[in-house]
Design a protein around this ligand. Sequence first.
Ligand SMILES: Nc1nc2c(ncn2[C@@H]2O[C@H](COP(=O)(O)OP(=O)(O)O)[C@@H](O)[C@H]2O)c(=O)[nH]1
Ligand SMILES: [Mg+2]
Length: 276
Amino acid sequence: MLLGGPNSGKTHYAGQLYGRLRRRPGGLHLRRDQGTPPDLSALDEVLQCLEAGRSAEHTPAQIWSEVTLPLVDACGRAMDLRWPDYGGEQLRAVFTQRAVSEAWRKRLTSADGWVLLIRLNAETKYPDALEELAKRSGSRDTNIERVEKWDANAQWVELLQILLHVAGLSTMTRLRRPRLGVLLSCYDELQLAERPPREALAEALPLVSSFIESNWAADAVSVWGLSALGRPLHRNSDDEAFIDDGPEMQGWVVPPGGGPHDPDLSKPLAWLLESP
Ligand SMILES: Nc1nc2c(ncn2[C@@H]2O[C@H](COP(=O)(O)OP(=O)(O)O)[C@@H](O)[C@H]2O)c(=O)[nH]1
Ligand SMILES: [Mg+2]
């Protein structure tokens, strides 16, 4: 089950992954089961935009409520990757309304793995506010701007708590299932080069990082850098690399321990299939 807030890169990861599976497969392949093949035309549309060198439209929620990719690794281990929130902004609603639909509850309960897309660059953090607090200790200053939005640390931890609760999972012992893959999306925006993604998460969202590390077994969680596109792309750009070389030649992941860019966008998903 793949989860991410609005604008975290879900659509472009889906499209790029699909392009890879079709033209430049890595560790995972598309599974061809008996019966009706899944409707993947939503992903085709994304890929067509990328081939023309531009980004895809914002996904219309009412048309695509869920997309599923049937995948298999070289050992024959299968998984269905689901974007339950492909078109919508349901994850945000879970947080703001503190309500989870029955369909979501079922998904959360039955999923063997959760993949969280976190775009660090777009998360609201208040390091300046913290600095100010430290500076002004003693002297009361009423001019400090009121902070109205939640800090992303609190927001993600609360969201994870809600999801765990809904899935009927207790955090009395460290979790082994669902395996948790954290993908720091749009990693190219951070200019971190080969820095371990785990460190990037701990630095940018320390509370989220600690919450995850204290509630999941060490070998049941891994943090990756993901740049599905490798660079920014716009609605009206006509990026030559995408047009000439094809979208399947763009984008990369950085493995949890850091290191050079790896073009296999399915690596973090293949990790989900590994049994510890
Ligand atoms: N720089 C950069 N931008 C990206 C990348 N992936 C997506 N984006 C941009 O981020 C925005 C949101 O992406 P999208 O996939 O539509 O997010 P969604 O709302 O979660 O489906 C779009 O403007 C994309 O062009 C990436 O790997 N790098
Ligand atoms: Mg989308």
